[in-house]
Design a binder for this molecule. Sequence first.
Ligand code: ATP
Ligand code: MG
Ligand code: MG
Ligand code: MG
Length: 434
Amino acid sequence: MRLSRAFLPTLKETPAEAQIVSHRLMLRAGLIRQTSAGIYAWLPAGLRVLRNVGQIVREEQDRAGAQEILMPTIQAADLWRQSGRYDDYGKEMLRITDRHDRDMLFGPTNEEMVTDIFKTYAKSYRDLPRNLYHIQWKFRDEVRPRFGVMRGREFLMKDAYSFDLTKEGAHHSYRQMFVAYLRTFARMGLKAIPMQADTGPIGGKLSHEFIILAETGESQVFLHKDFLGFDPLAGETDFNADLTPITDLWTSRYAATDEMHDEAAWNAIPEGERVSARGIEVGHIFYFGTKYSATMGLTVPGPDGKPVHPEMGSYGIGVSRLLGALIEASHDENGIIWPDSVAPWKVSILNLKPGDAATDALCGQLYAALPDQALLDDREERPGAKFADADLMGMPWQAIIGPRGAAAGKVELKRRATGERLELSVEEALTKIK
Ligand code: ATP
Ligand code: MG
Ligand code: MG
Ligand code: MG
């Protein structure tokens, strides 16, 4: 993408409405534009990150054996009357009436709908286990939408739903998602710690929240410092094998949000091993048994012919919230520092002298070798403005090319995260960037 033609509106001033750094940077770097309270339009750079984040989520769901579907945003109230949640959900649910006076709603989550869909097709215990997920917009009429995409009203969520014949099976499905989540967040360069959580209105028995530590997090969390050293990506994961060694490790030490905090257990940990911090909830998994299969009439004949209600779980990831969380975790005073795995483009190429033949040629050569991976700053702007925008937008690499380097066939390659600079040929620069 050439900046001279791109729709990448950066702001010099700090927008007054943004209270936390990720929100400020998302507005300043031109990633999002608020259209109503808690509702955002995604501009080109923001959309590219949103897609990259969604793609990592998708790959890890698929790897764990879940299958992607796409359910609608608008649902019939009758489905929710069956589970009893239509009245329970309260004002957070956006209720809509269609022209025939039928009660509809903009889905805040999809347990009812997926149970209803699955019910149509599940004919026997052989149709279990299954795990279905989608990545779809949700609406929750939050009392206080704030912090940009962190607490929006319309937001993108990945939600998966598992159906199993037995409790043991459901626990295995739960562990598959638990491990998939560890991998998902680690691939984005985030340290997300699973913490025992309250099951809340979804109801049920077993639940973990995945929390990223950040000063601006909305929950107070307490954890053993060992968790910060564990690496979910060390070694291959076989999702069909017994996953308890992994989940046991990640539940072997203390970690809890304030709602579940146990002072006595906490005080038993030596002081130097305790970490008390603020956290952002980026994922949440539940095992809730037969709550929805029972209320919504989902049964299949078991191996003995008797009908059974499948054991279910649901598993959410805040895909759009993750953009805020990623920036909270990775930025400096000059702007965003995108991790390589989610960056909108891999490199910003800074042409310091558009019109200079050698500079244009070298920039063009590098740009052509990186189709759809490079942002070329070919604007008629001062170098200082280009440096500032490149730092603000946060591509992992900056390739800085001016007349002097161009005459020698050299690119100055800067790593955004460390500030490290290297003088390289185009070929050497390409191997670093790719
Ligand atoms: P919170 O405690 O932040 O209100 P929640 O517990 O109500 O979140 P869940 O029902 O567990 O949310 O939904 C799954 C995931 O969706 C959450 O872990 C979070 O990452 C994301 N999420 C929930 N509400 C919002 C929101 N208003 N804006 C952006 N993401 C959200
Ligand atoms: Mg909530
Ligand atoms: Mg919560
Ligand atoms: Mg939650």
